[in-house]
Write a protein that binds this ligand. Sequence first.
Ligand code: THU
Length: 139
Amino acid sequence: MVMTSLAEAVLEDLLATAREAAEKSYSPYSSFKVGAALRLTNGEIVTGTNVENVSYGLTICAERAAVVQAVSRFGPEIRINAVAIANLNNAASPPCGACRQVLAEFTEPNAPVAFPLAESLRVMPFAEIMPFSTELKLK
Ligand code: THU
């Protein structure tokens, strides 16, 4: 990636951290190694990787693992202002719908989300990959 701004340099660092996290993947069933790195508004970086299960549906994606880790370490007030997702399989890996829904709870609408798509990197504001996520309100 050609770095043209501080924002891109920060995202590039976050992607490198996500790739590092993917090295820890427990993925004996798919061999698909995913890592996620979240930048929090408190300045901390938190990572996660996918953890599979022989009962396939119990698999936890990297993004959700990272969110759970962030709340466990820093508490319920966390806010996420950047997300990077990487995999070690040279494949596309946009966050799945379940992970978008879980990220929605803590992620700023304008937070950039970087993920590999069709052999190139995509960066999109969270609100564009998860429209209407702030509209669901319980009364
Ligand atoms: N996976 C993730 O961890 N994140 C994604 O964004 C897409 C899919 C995992 C789940 C499963 O362990 C493997 O990748 C194949 O779907």
